[in-house]
Design a protein around this ligand. Structure first.
Ligand code: GDP
Ligand code: IMO
Ligand code: MG
Length: 424
C-alpha cells in the first residue's frame, strides 16, 4: 500500500476511526496531522468499543508506530489519560511506538477556559464548540505566542511564555467575568505532566522520512471533516484547522509528493454537531430515526447529532478540495428499512440551479436542495462481506453515489465492527 490520507468528507463523525483502524493493517505508521481532542474516533474491535480523541486510531495494532504531528494541538492531560486508559487495556502506548512532534502546540488551561467563556458570552451566533480550547490554542499559534511540545523540555521557557500569555488572557477573563489564572497555578498543572510527556516528544518528520525511504506505508489520519475546515468549511461555524487532505503534508512534516492516495470517508447520510447551515437536515421522524438507528450522539461531548439526507453538493466540493482516489462509504446499514432514500444532487440558489455550494458567508443557509428519490431495502445487510450480497436497491444506491461523484466506493461499511466491511 502507498501512503494514504484518510479524511472526513462531510461535517465530521463519518467513521474515520473505523477506517483508519482497518487500513492500519496495511501500514507501518499512522500520523494525526490536525485538530486535537475535539475529535472522537470510535473503534469497535471484537465487540469492544474504544473512543480515541488524540492518539491515532492505529494504536490497537501491535508494532505500528503512531504519531501526533506538528499540526495537532495537544492537551497533555488528555494525552496522558488516553495513554493510561490504553495501558489498562494492555495496549502498548510507550514512547517506543507513540510519538509527539516537537512542534505540536500545547493546549493550556487558559485556552480551555477562554473557549468556554467566549461561547457562554455569545448571545447569538454560538458556534457550539467542543469547549476543549482548540480555537484559542490555534490563535496563540498564529499569534506566535504558543507553547510547543519541545518547550516542555525546558520549564523556564514555559514559565516565561505562560507569564506573557496570561497578561492578555487575564484581561479577557476580566472582560468575561471569569476568574483570572496565576502563573503558579498553571506551572503546578504543567510540571508533572511535562515530566511524563517528555519521552514521547520526538522528531516526527524524521521518522516519516525514514518510513518513506524504506517504502514503509504511512497512513495520515484526518480529524473533523472538510466542511469544518477553517478556510473551506461553513465559516464561522467551523473548527480552527485545515481539515482537507492537502494539510496532511504540512501538518505532519513531509512533502506533498509523499501523499499517494486519499480515502474520503463518506457517511451514507449526513450529520453535523454544533451550529451552522445544513441544507439536507431532517427535522422530522426520518431525522429521529437516523439519530436512533445510527446512534448519532457525539463521541466527544455526547450531544445529539443533527441528521439529514446525503448531500452530493457538499461532497462534490469535498472531492474538488481533497482529490479522493477512493471513497469509504460508511453506515450504509443505518438506512435499512427506510422505504425510500433521497439524495440531494443540486441546490436552487437565488433562482438558479447550482452544482457546488455558493461561496459567500451564510449563503449555504439560503439554498433549497434538489432531490432525487431511490427505492430503499429492508433486508439486514450488517453481515454482508461481498458487494454482490447486498440487496439490488442497496447496490443501486451505492452505484448512484459513485456515479455522481466519479469516485469508486472501494470500502463499504455495514456496521461498526472491524469485520463488518466490504472491500472491493
Ligand atoms: P469519526 O469521528 O469519523 O471517527 O466517527 P465517530 O467515531 O465519531 O462516529 C462514527 C460512529 O459510527 C461510531 O460510533 C462508529 O462505531 C460507528 N460506525 C462506523 N461505521 C459504521 C457502520 O458502517 N455502521 C454503523 N451502524 N455504525 C458505524
Ligand atoms: P471528529 O474527528 C464533529 C465541531 C464542533 C463545533 C465546531 C467547532 O470526531 O469527526 P471546536 O471545538 O473544534 O472549536 O468546535 O466543530 N467539531 C466536530 N464535529 N466531529 C468532530 O471531530 C468535531 N470536532 C469539532 O461541534 O461545531
Ligand atoms: Mg467523531
Amino acid at each position: 500500500m502507498s501512503n494514504t490520507v484518510v479524511m472526513g468528507a462531510q461535517w465530521g463523525d463519518e467513521g474515520k476511526g473505523k477506517i483508519v483502524d482497518l487500513l492500519t493493517e496495511r501500514a507501518d505508521a499512522i500520523v494525526r496531522f490536525q485538530g486535537g481532542n475535539n475529535a472522537g474516533h470510535t473503534l469497535v474491535v471484537g465487540g469492544k468499543k474504544l473512543i480515541l480523541h488524540l492518539i491515532p486510531s492505529g494504536i490497537l495494532h501491535p508494532g505500528k508506530v503512531c504519531m501526533i504531528g506538528n499540526g495537532v494541538v495537544l492537551d497533555p492531560e488528555v494525552f496522558l489519560r488516553e495513554v493510561d486508559a490504553l495501558s489498562e487495556k494492555n495496549v502498548d502506548a510507550a514512547p517506543e511506538r507513540l510519538k509527539i512532534a516537537c512542534r505540536a502546540h500545547i493546549i493550556m488551561p487558559y485556552h480551555r477556559s477562554l473557549d468556554m467563556a467566549r461561547e457562554a458570552a455569545k448571545e447569538a451566533g454560538k458556534i457550539g464548540t467542543t469547549g476543549r480550547g482548540i480555537g484559542p490554542c490555534y490563535e496563540d499559534k498564529m499569534s506566535r505566542i504558543g507553547i510547543r511540545a519541545s518547550d516542555l523540555l525546558d520549564l523556564s521557557l514555559v514559565r516565561e511564555k505562560t507569564a506573557a500569555a496570561l497578561v492578555e488572557k487575564n484581561a479577557l477573563f476580566r472582560l468575561y467575568g471569569q476568574p483570572e489564572m496565576s502563573v503558579e497555578a498553571v506551572m503546578a498543572w504543567i510540571e508533572p505532566l511535562a515530566a511524563r510527556i517528555a519521552p514521547y516528544i520526538q522528531d516526527v518528520p524524521a521518522i516519516i522520512e525514514q518510513c518513506t525511504k524504506a517504502d514503509k506505508p504511512v497512513l495520515f489520519e484526518g480529524a473533523q471533516g472538510t466542511h469544518l475546515d477553517i478556510d473551506h468549511g461553513t465559516y464561522p461555524f467551523v473548527t480552527s484547522s485545515n481539515t482537507v487532505s492537502g494539510n496532511a503534508a504540512a501538518g505532519s512534516g513531509c512533502a506533498p509528493d509523499k501523499l499517494h492516495g486519499v480515502v474520503a470517508v463518506v457517511k451514507a447520510y449526513t450529520t453535523r454537531v454544533g451550529a451552522g447551515p445544513f441544507p439536507t437536515e431532517l427535522s422530522d421522524a426520518t431525522g429521529d430515526y437516523l439519530v436512533e438507528k445510527g446512534a448519532e450522539f457525539g463521541a466527544t461531548t455526547g450531544r445529539r447529532r443533527r441528521c439529514g439526507w446525503l448531500d452530493i453538493v457538499i461532497l462534490r466540493e469535498s472531492a474538488r478540495l481533497n482529490g479522493p482516489t477512493g471513497i469509504a462509504l460508511t453506515k450504509l446499514d443505518v438506512l435499512t428499512s427506510l422505504p425510500e432514500l433521497k439524495i440531494c444532487t443540486a441546490y436552487v440558489f437565488e433562482g438558479r440551479t447550482i452544482q457546488y455550494p455558493p461561496q459567500g458567508q451564510g449563503a449555504l443557509g439560503r439554498v433549497t436542495p434538489v432531490y432525487e428519490t431511490l427505492p430503499g431495502w429492508s433486508e439486514d445487510i450488517s453481515g454482508a462481506v461481498r458487494f454482490e450480497e447486498l440487496p439490488a436497491n442497496c447496490q443501486t444506491y451505492v452505484r448512484r453515489i459513485e456515479e455522481l461523484l466519479g469516485t469508486p466506493a472501494s470500502i463499504v461499511s455495514v456496521g461498526p465492527g472491524r469485520e463488518q466491511t466490504i472491500i472491493r
